[in-house]
Ligand binder design. Structure first.
Ligand SMILES: Nc1ncnc2c1ncn2[C@@H]1O[C@H](COP(=O)(O)OP(=O)(O)OP(=O)(O)O)[C@@H](O)[C@H]1O
Length: 233
């Protein structure tokens, strides 16, 4: 993946997120594999970027670098003016495999990261979140007792409860049926509309990318960006 659609926010102030000429090479069992190269982008508070591309083009790898879970091989990533050196509480990620704690209930999973980082939800906020994600009936259930869609909505609720500055989501709605997906889009848009949180969403769905991003980049399997679409700019 090669990408440089937004190398500067062009507004003369510091971006929330800045990637400068970032690259990534995996040292796999079959030798080195280059996945990302020359990626430069910036994202401001309140901006919503969606990333679409075929399987294997490096979308999840890019999210892991931005989340500080992995270091780039080349280049630099800065968040809120600081060089990324590891995960931070103001930057949350919803993984493709949900990343739920199996020994905690739905409700506990949603509350825990916020409690750890002193963003505890009050009772009202928790009830609203459970209700809007249609999780009230399974609030005392453990992840092993949930459907894929319920797990996905729990992971989403947990990330929302952290109230991060930047929320990264890797195909967050892929396990939902059409009706629930649209319900989650509405909820999500409402949620991001009331905060200055920025989001980056990786998806396979062009419809989802258009619904949830004010900027969308489309990646080719190899060779980088084939389209860079911006709404309302
Ligand atoms: N830890 C790793 N070690 C070696 N290679 C890896 C590792 N993680 C991913 N890769 C390889 O890097 C490439 C990009 O993977 P990545 O998961 O970032 O792609 P993706 O675009 O998110 O794919 P998908 O849409 O299927 O989730 C793939 O070829 C994958 O096999």
């Amino acid at each position: 993946m090669k990408w440089s659609p937004m190398s500067s926010n062009g507004k003369g102030r510091e971006a929330l997120l800045q990637l400068d000429d970032v690259g990534l090479v995996y040292q796999g069992s079959h030798g080195p594999q280059r996945v990302l190269q020359h990626i430069s982008l910036s994202l401001d508070e309140g901006q919503h970027l969606t990333v679409v591309g075929p399987s294997g083009c490096g979308k999840s790898s890019l999210l892991r670098l931005i989340a500080g879970l992995q270091a780039p091989t080349e280049g630099q990533i800065c968040f809120a003016g600081q060089k990324m050196t590891g995960p931070r509480p103001d930057l949350a990620i919803v993984f493709q495999d949900y990343g739920l704690f199996p020994w905690k209930t739905v409700e506990e999973n949603i509350r825990l990261p916020g409690q750890l980082h002193h963003h505890s939800l009050n009772k009202d906020q928790l009830e609203k979140l459970l209700q809007s994600l249609d999780l009230t009936a399974v609030r005392k259930h453990y992840p092993g007792e949930l459907s894929g869609g319920q797990k996905q909505r729990t992971a989403l609720g947990r990330a929302m409860a952290m109230q991060p500055k930047l929320l990264l989501m890797d195909e967050p709605f892929s396990a939902l049926d059409l009706a629930m997906r649209h319900q989650c889009y509405d909820l999500f848009r409402k949620y991001i509309g009331t905060s200055s949180m920025a989001t980056i969403i990786v998806t396979h769905s062009p419809e989802e990318a258009a619904a949830l991003g004010d900027k969308t980049v489309v990646f080719a399997k190899t060779g980088g960006v084939i389209e860079d679409v911006r709404k309302n700019e």
